[in-house]
Write a new protein. Sequence first.
Length: 606
Amino acid sequence: MLPNNQSQTESKKPHSVLDHAVHLSIQPGQLILSPFRRWFHKHYAGQYKFDRAVFLFDLVLMSLIGALFAVTLFLILVPPKQFRDDINFRATVAPHEVISGASSTLVIDYENRTKETLRNPKLDLAFPKHFLLQSVSVNGSNVDTHNISLNDIPVGGTGTIHIQGVMFGDVHGTQTFESTLTFKHGTKQEITDRKIATYTFSPAHSTLELGLSLPDRAIASQTMSGTITYKNTGSINMRSVRIKPEWPNGFTFIDASTQIQNGAFVLSNIRAGSSGEIHFTGKFGNVTENPTFTFHPSFVFDKDAYKQETLVASIPILPAQIQLSHSVESNILTPGTNAVFRVHYKNIGNETLSHVKISLTSKDPFLTKHESFASEINTLKQGEEGDVTFTISVRSSVDAALLTSYENLRVRTNAIARYEVAGSGDPTQNKVVGDELSTPLTTQLNFESFARYTSPGGDQIGRGPLPPRVGQKTSYWIFWNIDDTTNAIENAHFEGTLPEHVTFTGHKTSSEDNSVIFDPQTRKITWDVMRVPSTLNPETQVFSVAFEVALTPSSTQIGSPATLLKNIHFSGKDRFTGGILNESKPDITTNLPNDQKAQNKGNIKP
């Protein structure tokens, strides 16, 4: 006999297909109601007089709160449709590809899909920062402002706005335009509303076109030069451009034709269609991997900069084969003399070199030869070394127009080796440039000493008869000038001696505070100046002194010119190089071929 509980359990089991179906249909409902039953028995049963009614009331209240929350959430996430939502804006741009710095046209189409006429519509256009507006037209009519009054827009009405201008922005960045349409509508009550639309474009390219010219290959531990080319391919001028270099690892920047400011080359006012170049020089260290040069250009507007297309280029690098060094025989160079340079070379590579040509070059105008060559070396084996001597003349003077700096000048020289690798089958000529040697240059000296009876303008400054006559006094002015000096001169000393029959009148003038002194016993006229400044700069003045002398000829001088000043000499010390300066001048006589009034009137008359 089965236990009681077992029989009860078995009595609840369904015994037919219909019973099974009813049993399965009841189970989901019981599962759903089960938590409510537990909640009721735990918190309500026996707690209240009408516990079932209170439970049902709370259940309804919580359902209402949940429904209210769901409706609120729906309204937040899915806002109701606004009247303005039926006003459509669509924007396109021509050309299809936006170019930073180039003119383009933004076309905005609008359509009124509402059921009312839009009254008193006004369109306000907002442009990206530094957008250069060229023209705006609405429905084919040009307007002069970006605040545009439109005609009433009927139901189904359309219109087109053309905006032409130049976008300046980051390449692959974003440029955002905005249009705000303000209007009135409503049949019973007038309502003011507005429709705001934004349009975003991304410049794909730039009107600033960069290129990079590099040697076919570079050599480790050697200097290398490159050229950045730039061109404004657009139709408007570029006010300011920055090109920031990112030099390769192991490359040391030395110099460039355009000055670097705050880590970048700065170019101003690049005119439409124009181009230019930036030449740069640097030196590689012991580099083994091929270096990559990177340049980051930007359009600059005050404090804003817009990145343009980056320029990237690589160059193969070879290990160094020849080591070069050079020196100069004297530690300073002097104008008008010969300079002796000695170049030392050595094959530090693992290959035999052939057709080796050693030369010495200078980029400055002070040497008479830009590049001097030694005899070719047929072969240079591993570890072999030698010396080559170059004797080159230093120019006596250089025109200021050839220089960009006028004071404390140096002569820059480099040794160069050109060679081939023997037996390699490669006829390519390799080039190695040695380190630059910078040698101080003693100043050139233009010391002028002459007399005048009339000024260069024709004014008479002398007195007395011309030609000079025996027993009669004729006065002249004598000038000492220093010009075209590249360095300051210390302890400058000018002197000359007055011959018999010539006296110092005491009249004098000078570009300095002090002037000449006359010693009656030695008959010397001297002028001592502590410092003569550099005078090569075209903006500086000639350093000069002038004084008056009087000639009273004797009968022994009849028929020939008379001497006015003799033993004329200048001496001083170059403040930059320490070089001693000495220059003598011929005697000054009454023969003055360059004086308008005194020429051909130098011979003494009775």
